[in-house]
Design a protein around this ligand. Structure first.
Ligand code: SF4
Ligand code: SF4
Length: 683
């Protein structure tokens, strides 16, 4: 029985998503800004020739440093030796309290970029205490004036056009300004200068703490950090406890990648290392503090749940994040709903994963509210992330915890779970009708083969032609398989993706029993979700099974000359990589080789394909819980397919086929077809 407040949370998140769907044009500027970052990344990739090695090295460094308490203590000792005042805050309230104490009687604080300040709600809390906070980063200042939420860690107002910004400045500052970037920047800077000049205290975030040197490193492009950090009285710095690096060289390497992934530039405009307060020994060789810059440096180390994440091996990875925001640029969900997905300071799927403390009910609620059920588990963010944070794996683990806390499943997902439990399929279809798809097919009897074709619920009930084509193709390749018939149950994949691990285990054990009973040594799946789930059976059973995707088997047969294809008429097709097949299982080339082998068929690639293919929107329980969101994501993929001019959009996943098919019907094509029925027609 789910807790009733979880229903309220469901409704709240559902409403937020629906609201975002009602205004499709609202995020157009953000999308175009994100495209421009991706273009710059592509253009400048050649300027970092060892990019992949750098990513590997950065991941190693983050893996060894995040949560290394001894390293953090070494860093603190070094910082204190360099006259930093190091304070520690256990939570957001503690961090705010420390900033307030550090402010003393000062009533104006100028601030440079810090996502941690967003996380702890600093500006609002200081305003309540009568302290005016002025953001000095152009984007942050615009958001501050508009009272809006950031959409990207380094491009916070990317969702606002120049016209929006000019209107905000006119309304909030009472000044006339043209909708022209130069005029806007000039106006914002003119407004900021007197604020900066009239305060003695600045506050900023920190990109890295360098343990060996006892220093901190920050990167910025605008130059405002230099002004903020040069206030004569004090510089307050906020840093999460995970920001520690062994030495300055490692920190600079991180900063190089952070810059590239955040902006597409190979180098930042400014990099500031602070290793102590402003000082001089020019008078009688005695040290005096506070010359051109701050006399005092205070670094506030904020925990706010990080220790708990670090202590959990499964979640520590969430803190490898360097805050570049590259994970947001192509996330199919973020693209549609924007910062509805995430929480302040923690945007998108990786942000949701960095939000909660495992085992803490209240923070788990925050994760669900931040959009835990929204992730399609497509893994595109993992490919784009410089540190390769495995967000879908973290999401699934978190969902499992949320299920235990009775905060999930979300909405209609509950019906899917009970359907699998009651009928062994997610579609509420009767068990006894499961084998109907195979009526009339000639397949071996048990004992005549050790290869089983696992049809899966969606192919068995919803797209039977695809399952029949699979058997025809395997038979033509000399690989006629056994079928489990009515003894096949749901693979459990849809359950695993939404965190229903117990229900997954129940259905998996039923299939393991059936596979054992027919003496299966090899199982061939056509549905990528089934393939992934069947491969996961190894973690709950000692059944020794080779699990293959049908395209791997057919591709092998093709290479050995056991298969040949000819199209009945000339065809141009484009291929949509199902996320769980392509990125998920690395099966990218086999479907393409099969299509390219068809005489008379031309394969055209979409703008995003292969490893960087975008999602259809159906995965991870999203189509079940948020059909409107799934449909909107599918529309974009169909649009990309149409752009190629192909006659057909081919895919190899029943969920993709269904979701894209509906979107294509609504958009007037192209026709969506299953790879297997297309190949079977070409036999
Ligand atoms: S796995 Fe896909 S949907 Fe989930 S956060 Fe990453 S890019 Fe977004
Ligand atoms: S999860 Fe990866 S891509 Fe996203 S902000 Fe963090 S480091 Fe960047």
């Amino acid at each position: 029985m789910r807790l009733c407040y979880s229903h309220l949370m469901d409704e709240k998140l559902f409403r937020k998503v629906e609201h975002a769907l009602e205004e499709p044009g609202r995020l157009e500027s953000m999308r175009s800004a994100f495209r421009s970052v991706l273009d710059k990344q592509t253009r400048n990739a050649g300027r970092i020739p060892d990019l992949e090695e750098r990513r590997e090295r950065l991941r190693e460094v983050r893996a060894s440093c995040a949560g290394d308490a001894a390293l953090l203590e070494r860093a603190v000792a070094g910082l204190e030796a360099n006259r930093f005042r190091v304070l520690r805050a256990a939570d957001a309230a503690g961090a705010v309290r420390l900033v307030l104490e550090e402010m003393g009687d000062e009533k104006l604080l100028v601030k440079s970029k810090t996502n941690l300040a967003r996380e702890i709600g600093l500006s609002g809390a200081l305003a309540e205490a009568g302290i005016e906070v002025v953001d000095t980063d152009i984007g942050d200042r615009v958001l501050q004036l508009a009272g809006e939420q950031a959409v990207h860690p380094t491009g916070p107002c990317a969702h606002l056009s120049r016209y929006d910004i000019a209107a905000i400045l006119r309304e909030k500052l009472g000044i006339e300004v043209e909708a022209d970037p130069s005029a806007i920047i000039e106006a914002v800077v003119a407004d900021l200068v007197p604020h900066i000049a009239s305060t003695r205290v600045g506050l900023t975030g920190v990109n890295a703490i360098c343990a060996a040197e006892g220093a901190v490193l920050m990167v910025h492009n605008e130059g405002n950090l230099d002004l903020v950090s040069q206030r004569p009285g004090k510089l307050i710095m906020l840093a999460g406890i995970e920001k520690v690096y062994p030495c300055i060289e490692d920190a600079v390497s991180m900063a190089k990648l952070e810059t590239y992934y955040a902006t597409g530039q190979p180098v930042t405009s400014f990099m500031r290392v602070i290793g102590g307060p402003s000082k001089t020994a020019d008078i009688e060789k005695e040290l005096y503090y506070g010359v051109h810059g701050p006399r005092e440096l205070t670094l506030i180390l904020v925990d706010n749940g990080r220790s708990a994440l670090m202590a959990d091996e499964g979640f520590r990875e969430a803190l490898f994040c360097i805050g570049c925001g590259a994970c947001l640029l192509e996330c199919p969900v973020y693209d549609v709903v924007g910062p509805v997905y995430g929480s302040p300071g923690h945007l998108g799927g990786p942000g949701v994963c960095a939000t909660p403390i495992p085992g803490s009910g209240r923070r788990m609620e925050a994760a669900v509210e931040a959009g835990l059920p929204l992730c399609t588990t497509c893994a595109l963010c993992r490919e784009r992330c410089p540190v390769r944070i495995d967000t879908p794996a973290l999401v699934e683990e978190l969902r499992e915890m949320a299920v235990s806390a009775e905060l999930l499943p979300f909405g209609e997902q509950a019906t899917l779970v009970s359907s699998v439990r009651n009928y062994s399929n997610p579609w509420g279809q009767p068990r006894r009708g499961r084998e109907k798809w195979a009526a009339g097919l000639r397949v071996p009897e048990a004992g005549e083969s050790t290869t089983v074709f696992f049809a899966g619920c969606s192919y068995a009930y919803l797209v039977p032609e695809e399952a029949r084509s699979a058997v025809r193709l395997l038979t033509a390749a000399g690989e006629a398989p056994l079928l489990l018939g009515a003894d096949e149950a749901c693979c459990g994949g849809p359950l695993a993706r939404i965190g229903e691990r117990d229900a997954f285990r129940e259905t998996a054990l039923r299939n393991i029993e059936s596979l054992r009973a027919v003496g299966a040594a090899r199982v061939v799946a056509a549905c990528p979700g089934c393939l992934k789930a069947l491969r996961e059976y190894a973690s709950i059973s000692d059944l020794d099974l080779e699990v293959l995707h049908i395209t791997q088997v057919l591709d092998g047969a093709l290479a050995e000359g056991r298969l040949a294809f000819r199209a009945p008429e000339a065809l141009t097709v484009t291929y949509h990589d199902p996320c769980h097949l392509g990125r998920g299982q690395g099966i990218l080339d086999e479907p393409r080789r099969l299509l390219e082998a068809v005489d008379g068929l031309t394969l055209l690639e979409m703008e995003h394909s292969g490893l960087y293919s975008t999602c259809c929107g159906a995965g991870g329980g999203v189509r079940t819980a948020f059909p409107g969101l799934a449909a909107r994501i599918a529309e974009k993929r169909v649009h990309a397919a149409r752009e190629t001019g192909a006659d057909l959009l081919v895919t190899c996943c029943p969920w993709c086929e269904q979701n894209l098919g509906e979107a294509a019907d609504g958009a007037g094509g192209p026709e969506v077809v299953g790879l297997l029925s297309l190949l079977a027609r070409c036999l």
